[in-house]
Design a protein. Sequence first.
Length: 279
Amino acid sequence: MKKIVALDIGGTNTRVALINEKYEIESIKIEPTVVGDTNLFLENVKKTVTEAITDWDDVLCLATGVPGRIRYDGFIYALPNIHIENVPLASYLSDVFKKPAYVINDAEVAALAEANVGPWKKAHSLYFVTISTGVGGALTVNGKLVNSSYEAGHTMTRYHGEVHEFEHMCSGVGIRRLCDMNRLQVTDAKEFFALVKNKNPLALSVYKDWINLVGNWFEMINDAFSPEVFTITGGVMKSADVFLEDLRRAAHHCHLEQCGCGQEAGLIGSAVLGFQRSK
């Protein structure tokens, strides 16, 4: 059975797994990500892969998702959360392990996981959204990426007579700014949604604005791409029980669902990428 060495590299951990054609994880290794030094970062990735994969006979390639901007050939312009830039990750992995290597953005690999392995894999078109520190999105059609947007969260949005970037008000971090604009002091999105759940009057007022802003954003994306389904993940979805039904009503032309691949989306999506590129 053919296999992919899948990597999911984040600001905290580097995860390496051997994944077969049934998208079963046969083995996995997790190590802390080295930050702030490109050479040490690459050496750590090499070490983690070497320790994770002992049998390369059926491996087609290595495939990786990373939280940064990537060139078509897998060269990474910058990894802000890892505090390095100009990282030749794809060519490095290929040279070291003598296999083809592919690198794309982590939101893109998660979109591939949702579109090919998740509960909505039969949908003709799927738009993946992550609402966390920032906001990102990626469109798949028939299981393949056709549009990804590093800029989805930077849409300009009018609020209280001023123009702001969408994610600066509506992401997990942005919610705090939105609260500040309305003289509501919270430490994070979790605290905000707890106040909403407890019917705090000022929090409910800000919440109404947040729902309208996010609903309008989804409607805008829907007008542009008309996906059959949106799947949503990210830190704010920890409070989905508070807001998801309200958001569905606000974005009533959109089919909104929670992502189904969970914590393994990065690894599974990297495997999908590897199998697609190897055909």
